[in-house]
Design a protein around this ligand. Structure first.
Ligand code: TYC
Length: 103
């Protein structure tokens, strides 16, 4: 083992800072046209929610305008939001999922 040499050993260490990737929220947006049961079906299928959880999230968006569905890394959040939005579009519904970075 090399001994500590005062001429070469720095007095301060720079600790490499590994930052966690910022998480992104997937947000369900209310509209007046998408059937409630369809919203629940999409939430269950894309976000692996139980009937109960999905129903609660749907009702919250219905009553308040929006509801946070879940948080993921950016790529996963965007992929899921796009797939869930596309599921509505395929049926002619204006169902919308958006994403935004967590504070
Ligand atoms: N507001 C819709 C209705 O009354 C149901 C709905 C809930 C639609 C949540 C979208 O994000 C939504 N049929």
């Amino acid at each position: 083992m090399p001994t500590s040499n005062p001429t070469t050993t720095p007095k301060t260490r720079t600790k490499p800072k590994i930052e966690r990737p910022r998480l992104h929220k997937v947000i369900l947006v209310n509209d007046d046209f998408t059937p409630r049961e369809f919203v629940v079906t999409v939430l269950k299928g894309e976000f692996r929610m139980s009937e109960d959880q999905a129903h609660r999230v749907m009702i919250t968006a219905h009553q308040r305008g929006v509801c946070v569905v879940a948080v993921f890394t950016r790529d996963v959040a965007e992929t899921k939001a796009t797939r869930a939005t596309d599921a509505g579009r395929a049926k002619g519904y204006p169902l919308l999922f958006t994403t935004e970075p967590e504070e």
